[in-house]
Design a binder for this molecule. Structure first.
Ligand SMILES: Cc1cc2nc3c(=O)[nH]c(=O)nc-3n(C[C@H](O)[C@H](O)[C@H](O)COP(=O)(O)OP(=O)(O)OC[C@H]3O[C@@H](n4cnc5c(N)ncnc54)[C@H](O)[C@@H]3O)c2cc1C
Length: 470
């Protein structure tokens, strides 16, 4: 008899887990039910900026309703799970419905962090009109409906999400100011100098940037009219997007008496302390770490699918090496490992090309790459990531290599799409069999459907390969 597998949360981790499960024929062993609080099928959250600029939910949807039906997956949208009762293996939704399960996976992701701000809410306790967060399709549709051309916006937060929101609003012709409390933009991914390069690129888009200053509150009675800074200054604003970080959504685990620290605590099997209950994605904490980008989550999905289906019962998640490659507000940013030297003997190599807006930094320890930052170019990121990942000794002439961009450790088949681990040879083979447009190439290989930062490289490969075939 089939086991009942309940997945709570229909976000990016759920979508990827479903792919990995069905790749391992999970339909034979499980009756799968997905509970999603949002009304949509699974979508690529990374591409939310497109909704802000007028795109539709369908454009970024990776699993329309038919996808679930075709595979016999029961999909409950607009359904919030309140708690599990692990002893009886029963799941309760917020409307009180009780549903039995054999195995449950909690994949509830994160919620936007709302900083403590004076005057954030109306007298009735609801957020003021014009104050938004940036996490879901619905959030973006609300912002889009509210935003008027020639109006002004303040984005609180100059990290990945803040920059994405700022770029999209600026593309709508809105006057945008980013307010970021740390001293430089993207301070989690890049050092101060890298942050300056990001800032210049963002300012070139016409976006204003204020760093090293906190917002303390809003002005306006029923709707937002401006943001008050700690300096006492007021930035007039018709709308404010709060993108100052996220917090793991752990309410289901807490209500089910499943141990939580910052996230839901899981072991190397992605199992919680409660038998039959697993967790993964941004809500899970493994070895003290809660991951906030997709590459580690993809690794978790592979392991959990192996464990649940028995395809590889020895599969274990040992943690991920932090490697981020993003296209933020149109700027390529890659960051891996340390962003500053930590030991006296660490060597630092930096190459700045001010005019081209390119910044490269390597941190080398005992001849090995322990950290790297790239701003303004993404082509060498994959090769650097391999040096970083394998811990191979770097060649003596590494500065020459860094400058010429030929860093690949003898790889004749570089990985182009790091989100889906698709190598150049697979992409070229697909182009040669007729997938000569980006959408067709992406659907054949999955390349470019993650963070999208490799789409430029894919377009180049299409041009090159199509020419050489002709
Ligand atoms: C604008 C934006 C840009 C991003 N850009 C990048 C990028 O370039 N690169 C990158 O690697 N990452 C990026 N990220 C981060 C990436 O989107 C997340 O790491 C990823 O979505 C996490 O997947 P998840 O499934 O854990 O959480 P989510 O995708 O947030 O999914 C969780 C789902 O669970 C649902 N849920 C929560 N509680 C319940 C409940 N009780 N019952 C039912 N459903 C529930 C939520 O509604 C949500 O749909 C970006 C994120 C945003 C918002």
């Amino acid at each position: 008899m089939k086991k009942r597998l309940a997945i709570i949360g229909n976000g990016m981790a759920c979508g990827r887990l479903l792919d990995e499960l069905f790749r391992r024929n999970a339909g034979l062993a499980f009756e799968v039910t997905v509970f999603g609080e949002e009304s949509h099928g699974c979508y690529n959250r990374i591409l939310l900026g497109r909704i802000l600029t007028g795109g539709t939910a369908e454009e970024i949807t990776t699993k329309p309703r038919g996808w679930y039906a075709d595979r016999g997956v029961t999909f409950h949208s607009n359904t919030t799970v309140a708690r599990l009762d692990p002893p009886t293996r029963t799941l309760f939704t917020t409307d009180g419905t009780a549903i039995p399960y054999d195995v449950a996976v909690i994949a509830t992701g994160s919620a936007p962090f709302i900083p403590p701000l004076d005057n954030l809410t109306k007298p009735d306790g609801c957020p003021k009109e014009g104050a938004f967060v940036f996490r879901t399709v619905d959030d973006c549709q609300r912002i889009r409906a509210y935003a008027r051309p020639a109006s002004s916006a303040v984005v609180l937060g100059g990290g990945l999400l803040g920059l994405e929101a700022a770029k999209a609003l600026s593309d709508l012709g809105i006057h945008v100011t980013i307010v970021h409390m740390p001293d430089w933009l993207m301070n989690l991914q890049v050092d101060r100098l890298g942050g300056e390069f990001v800032r210049k690129a963002v300012e070139k888009l016409g976006i204003f940037v204020r760093t090293g200053v906190a917002a303390t509150g809003f002005i306006g009675t029923d709707k937002v009219e401006g943001v008050v800074l700690k300096t006492g200054e007021i930035l007039p604003a018709d709308l404010v997007v709060m993108a100052a970080g996220v917090r793991p959504r752990v309410a289901v685990a807490e209500a089910s008496h499943i141990p939580v620290k910052r996230g839901i605590v899981v072991n190397d099997l992605l199992a919680t302390a409660s038998p039959g209950v697993f967790a993964l994605g941004e809500c899970a904490e493994h070895n003290g770490i809660v991951y906030g980008i997709v590459p580690p989550i993809w690794e978790q999905c592979e392991v959990l699918a192996d464990v649940l289906t028995g395809a590889n019962p020895t599969a274990r998640y040992r943690g991920s090496k932090l490697y981020t490659k993003l296209k933020v507000a149109g700027v390529d940013v890659a960051s891996m490992g340390a962003i500053e030297p930590k030991q006296d003997t660490d060597e630092v190599l930096q190459v700045l090309e001010e005019r081209r807006g390119i910044y490269r930094k390597l941190i080398v320890r005992d001849g090995k790459l322990v950290g790297a930052i790239l701003v303004g170019e993404g082509d060498t990121a994959a090769a650097l990531a391999r040096w970083f990942d394998r811990g191979d000794s770097l060649p003596a002439n590494r500065l020459d290599l860094l400058c010429s961009g030929e860093l690949s450790p003898a790889s004749s088949d570089p990985e182009i799409c790091n989100c889906h681990h698709v190598c150049q040879s697979t992409i070229v083979a697909a182009i040669e069999t007729g997938h000569t447009t980006l959408p067709s190439l992406s659907s054949a290989t999955q390349a470019g459907t993650g963070c999208g930062s490799c789409r430029g490289q894919l377009a180049n490969l299409i041009l090159k390969t199509a020419k050489s075939v002709a």
